[in-house]
Design a protein around this ligand. Structure first.
Ligand code: KPL
Length: 297
């Protein structure tokens, strides 16, 4: 299959490597074009794979059969919009990012549009990309045209398992948003690894209660105790992680806060709810971002 990956950071590179090894005709799409992309990826078992990947080939894009977008939510509009007119009208687009609400930023699309929610963990060092831990990926439709492209889940599953198709991807996306809305900003507030949040479980509990009120209004049946247990599980299972938001703050990049806690607060307002603790966390992160926002734009 002819596949383009837009966004060649750590997550994009583990997919580039896995899909190349599965025999697909791959290219990467970069904001700043370069002749080719050399990548080296270590699997969780420490096997290493090196690839030289074609970059920004517009002919490849015009014949593309899948566009996998691993840009962060805040980069999507400016990254994806310029590619749409070259992309075949029936080419499925898979958006793989944290958070919700990007549809509000995008123009109307003819292409089938899917959302992928993943727990695959990867990060980059100066010399290689490390696929830190195997995760699962849930894929589902964001528009009507995408209801007939569930075979994409099999293509992705053969390269980097586990991948499964979910017609109700909104449920998976909200559950992931809930985890990110608690862990990510708290690790910035306390400048700590995920595992150190075990010492602020009262705060975790309060944030989960606020989340559950909005999720239930959204039709995602959520028990605050269950949500708390789920978040604590992720804190324990990713205890040595530096959350993606903390990494963004450390690198003076814009964070995904508007698509995580910001989206939650937007939905809460629709139901006349005010979430005092999520509002305070949101403002905390926006304040941090504003200290370097000139460099990040
Ligand atoms: O998804 C994550 C992130 O950092 O964005 C968690 C689950 C919090 C793991 O670090």
């Amino acid at each position: 299959m002819r596949i383009t990956i837009l966004g060649c950071g750590a997550l994009g590179q583990i997919w580039l490597s896995a899909l190349s090894r599965a025999g697909h005709d791959m290219q990467g799409w970069l904001k700043v074009p370069q002749p080719q992309l050399q990548i080296k990826v270590f699997t969780p078992e420490q096997d290493s794979f090196s690839h030289v990947i074609t970059v920004n080939d517009s002919q490849h894009l015009q014949q593309c059969e899948l566009l996998l977008v691993t840009l962060k939510a805040q980069q999507l509009q400016s990254g994806l919009t310029p590619l749409l007119s070259s992309l075949p009208a029936n080419c499925p687009i898979v958006l793989m990012h944290n958070g919700l609400g990007v549809m509000d930023d995008l123009p109307a699309l003819t292409q089938p549009l899917c959302h992928a929610v993943t727990t695959q963990a990867a990060y980059r060092t100066s010399v290689a990309t490390l696929h830190k831990a195997w995760g699962i990926t849930q894929l589902g439709p964001l528009n009507h045209a995408a209801k007939s492209v569930s075979h994409i889940a099999d293509v992705l599953h053969q390269a980097l398992p586990d991948v499964a198709w979910y017609d109700e991807i909104k449920i998976s996306a909200w559950k992931k948003l809930a985890v990110n809305a608690v862990i990510n900003p708290l690790t910035v507030k306390y400048d700590c690894h995920n595992g150190q949040l075990m010492s602020v479980l009262n705060e975790v509990n309060t944030l989960c209660r606020e989340l559950a009120t909005v999720m239930n209004r959204e039709g995602i049946h959520t028990d605050p105790h269950q949500l708390f247990d789920d978040v604590v599980n992720v804190i324990q299972n990713t205890s040595t992680n530096i959350s993606s938001m903390r990494q963004d703050i450390q690198a003076h990049r814009l964070t995904e806060i508007d698509y995580i806690n910001g989206y939650l607060l937007k939905r809460a307002r629709c139901y006349g709810l005010t979430l005092a603790h999520h509002t305070a966390l949101y403002q905390w992160i926006k304040q941090k971002e504003s200290e370097y926002v000139g460099d990040a734009l």
